[in-house]
Design a protein around this ligand. Sequence first.
Ligand code: GMT
Length: 374
Amino acid sequence: MKIAVLCHASAGGSGVVATELGLKVARAGHEVHFVGSAQPFRLSGQGGMRGPYFHQVSSFAYALFEQPYPELAAANTLTEVMLEYGVELAHAHYAIPHATAAIHARAIAGRGRVMTTLHGTDVTLVGAEPTFRHTTRHAIERSDHVTAVSAFLAEQTHQVFGTDREIQVIHNFVDSDRFVRITDPEVRARFAHPDEALLVHVSNFRPVKRVEDVVQVFARVASEIPARLLMIGDGPDRSRAFELAGQLGVIGRTHFLGSFPDVETILGISDLFLLPSSNESFGLAALEAMSCEAPVVAARAGGIPEVVEDGVTGLLSAVGDVDAMADSALRILRDRELYLAMGAAARHTAVTRFHPGLIVPQYLAAYRRTLSGP
Ligand code: GMT
């Protein structure tokens, strides 16, 4: 198959999934062309003679234009890729603007099929905004096939857009060879003292992630046991979380590492992953932590319960209940047997339910179905 992939290049979960999937599809012998305004960050250095290829969407500034109109530019580049390379399938990750751009390119090229994968905020936050409601619904309804990364998200999409179109659920996956427990004490010693519990949060620090709750939970934990918090990522709420850590007296034990490229090393040495988001269609970072045998303390929000089994691979609480989350964290960290059992169950879940060997074939079958559909 020849497939064009459109995704956001920034360090978000949808870009990660799109890139990891595209790489695996290319390694399975298919021709993969990434189309975007920037190279997806996990694609860097991965291309070879046989791809995957990256086609940059250029940005055209013209005095008369108030904006550069990236959706039109993406549709244009995708049309070129479809015509020049004989690409028959465009896989759009995120309805906005990629599915819309792909549908546009399909009309211009006069051929090709569009498969759209919904990741979350394109439905739950942005797509539901009046500004994008009609275009998002159109993108979902006119795609030849639509998938969502959780049953929660598929259901939300039906509700938010009042559509009954079929949405296939294909969960995200984690490379369990790469995301593994790191037992070398020297690696851990770079970030924490041996007697400290190491708590980790990874996100893009948007309001939906409730990063201040992460700090609140950590401050409660650190008042009871020796502990350290690593905050990975960057975004609009970073400064507020930083200030709060200062106010709560835990700034010396809280480290903001920015968009740390080697996230598997941090997750590989972590004891607990915190994800208190108000909404989360899936929670890929939590799955990556689980693959590293780290139990998860999270909010019972969105699709998180499809990934983190309450009481088995972590503990879930109501959104915003930082006391309950701190209690959960302390319960796990103080009980070695529970901690080890949850870590082992987390790893087992990652390997048996979310392994690329289970998920990638579902995408390949969906591609074939989309290509052969009516
Ligand atoms: O969570 C983010 O802010 C990034 C966002 C994205 O679109 O890149 O992540 C969404 O897609 C991920 C991959 O499918 C999911 O694991 C995240 O749960 C989802 N984020 C939200 O629903 C808030």
